[in-house]
Ligand binder design. Structure first.
Ligand code: ZN
Length: 593
């Protein structure tokens, strides 16, 4: 994302703003040694673990691990996107951002304005106009109150799109703008027409509460029943949780998120006083969703309809939450009822009780599996254990994992040690996959790599001394590898700039954490050299053991050509030959530009 704002502008903004001043606008900071402290705004705490470093121009919380530069702070605290954060600070610093057109990142603001304008138009129709009456009666029949309609800005989109185009025109927006935002679409005759026709409209907002897309529930004969905006630069399904802008405060306060599937489910639960509720908009959960949930809550309670097939399908997505370190519980409703029906018939307090009684995911999954496989036979027990392995493998905390494993073994009536062995095999199989599937945050953080990154960030000149000796690929931790990739290219640009480059990578908090390791180092040059040597040894060791497995496999398959080739590679890693890839020496070249 940051690539769309010229570097010179980012540099200028970061040079002129002081993170201490920026944070002071929102929090009372206390001076403590070289840095400032406050109670963390991102998690609940009694003693201050939120730190701001004026030297490094970054913040970091030792409690919840949030961290980053001034842009990052505004993004987290005010729910802005990167561009909005830059814009806010640029205004403050008196730096002018390149005006409109291509200067704005992919016209994001224009897209948001078009969506905002449509939301106001649809909402006005539903509330005040004859055309919107059908929408209003549908919504009222579902028991949604006027106040809730206003809170969610629910609207109605008629069959004819001319009203929308006219409303946009008043805001100096063209049909093309509406088309770009996915509100108009090309018809078969070559003209344009409204994408949403005769639908009740649910605006979908960004965390900052700006409308970025819509979900429309059909009232006429159109299919599908629910239609969403197409993906645009501001609306990406895998990145958005419906209702998050309204729910995040309560999620943070309770450290819990309630997850439902649809718009009306969410709106009804909200109306009944359950305010930490978000919806995944019918898509399966992505890692980005998990990150969003985790930013505000430690626990997710998933509300499942009393529909078995749907529940089993959604279970897989939940392993991602577990692997992301979120505690997951399942609240199941009586057969045939969805959350909307349930609260309509039994009210909010009954729903609260269902949420309180939600079952731990391990118990829930076991119960589901037991209904599908026969636990009294050996084959059935094997099937159950096999299907549990993905969930168990994902649990990031070793103690929790071990305890869950014991509980599963006991319940199914199998030997705990045997399950442990099987889980080990399962995890190794997973580790051999070419792409890392485990979220990075839960791999142990290798201290060597961390130290090396910190020293290079603090002393960019040391990069030259180890040029060619180490590459980003030598970093085993995926987050560190991402940081190394940027560092090796951006070298001497300074920490806040490097941090901005990493914004899109989602690792700026990791970087802030590394930089907060206030370890005095009297001879950084020697330590850097030392880290490099040891990292190279470790890399060679890892590569050799990976190759050993592949050689074994090739031998089993009697693929002699492959074996020979792999042995050759193995040889290379044994004598520490040069490693291809971008080098540290590139750092100097780039800085000289
Ligand atoms: Zn915190």
């Amino acid at each position: 994302m940051s690539g769309l704002i010229p570097d010179s502008v980012l540099d200028a903004v970061l040079e002129r703003v002081d993170i201490v001043e920026v944070v002071s606008d929102f929090l009372p900071l206390q001076k403590a040694g070289k840095s400032y402290k406050a109670l963390c705004p991102f998690h609940k705490e009694k003693t201050a673990s939120f730190n701001v470093s004026p030297d490094k121009q970054i913040f970091h919380c030792f409690g919840c691990r949030a961290g980053g530069n001034a842009f990052r702070f505004l993004m987290l605290h005010e729910g802005l996107n990167f561009y909005e954060a830059v814009k806010t600070l640029a205004e403050r610093a008196g730096v002018r951002l390149p005006r409109s057109g291509r200067g704005e990142p992919d016209g994001s603001l224009r897209l948001i304005e078009a969506n905002e304008c449509a939301a106001a138009y649809f909402h006005g129709l539903l509330e005040e106009r004859k055309e919107g009456k059908r929408g209003l009666s549908y919504v009222s029949e579902r028991g949604i109150s006027r106040e809730t309609i206003d809170t969610f800005r629910i609207g109605y989109s008629p069959a004819d799109s001319r009203g929308l185009v006219a409303a946009a025109g008043k805001m100096k927006m063209s049909a093309r703008d509406l088309e770009n935002a996915g509100l108009l679409s090309k018809s078969s005759s070559g003209g344009v027409r409204g994408r949403f026709r005769q639908r009740v409209m649910f605006p979908i907002s960004s965390v900052a509460g700006r409308v970025v897309g819509f979900g429309g529930r059909v009232l006429g004969k159109d299919v599908p029943k629910y239609l969403n905006s197409p993906e645009t630069p501001v609306y990406r399904k895998g990145h958005i949780l419906y209702g998050l802008h309204l729910a995040r405060e309560e999620m943070r306060r309770r450290q819990q998120a309630v997850l439902v599937e649809g718009y009306t489910d969410l709106v009804r639960l909200w109306q009944e006083g359950i305010r930490n509720v978000v919806a995944s908009l019918g898509t399966s959960l992505t890692e980005d969703h998990v990150r969003l949930v985790k930013r505000y809550a430690k626990e997710a309670v998933i509300v499942f309809d009393g529909d078995d097939a749907g529940a089993d399908a959604s279970l897989r997505g939940l392993d991602l939450l577990v692997a992301g370190g979120v505690r997951v519980r399942i609240a199941s409703l009586p057969a045939g009822e969805d959350p909307d029906d349930f609260v309509a018939q039994r009210g909010g307090p009954a729903m609260e009780r269902v949420l309180e009684q939600a079952q731990d995911i391990i118990d829930y999954k076991l119960q589901r599996l037991e209904s599908r496989h026969d636990r009294s036979t050996a084959a059935g027990r094997v099937d159950i254990i096999d299907e549990m392995l993905d969930t168990l493998a994902g649990i990031p905390h070793a103690v929790e994992k071990s305890e869950a494993l014991r509980a599963v073994a006991q319940r199914i009536g199998v030997d705990e040690q045997a399950v442990r062995v099987q889980l080990g095999r399962h995890e190794r199989k997973g580790a051999r996959r070419p792409e890392e599937s485990t979220p990075a945050a839960h791999q142990p953080e290798p201290m060597l790599e961390r130290t090396l990154l910190r020293l290079l960030l603090e002393n960019p000149e040391l990069g030259a001394g180890i040029s060619g000796d180490v590459t980003p690929d030598d970093f085993s931790h995926p987050d560190y590898r991402r940081i190394a990739n940027v560092l090796f290219v951006e070298g001497g640009r300074g920490l806040p700039v490097i941090m901005s480059r990493l914004e899109g990578e989602g690792v700026s908090d990791v970087l802030a954490r590394i930089m907060m390791d206030d370890v005095a180092c009297s001879d950084p040059d020697r330590v850097v050299q030392d880290c490099v040597v040891r990292m190279k040894e470790q890399r060679a060791k890892t590569e050799r053991s990976k190759l050993r497995i592949r050689i074994e496999e090739a031998e089993k398959a009697r693929d002699t050509a492959q074996v020979r080739e792999l042995l050759g590679e193995y040889q290379k890693w044994s004598c520490g030959a040069a490693i291809p890839g971008p080098r540290l020496s590139d750092m100097e070249n780039k800085t000289d530009e």
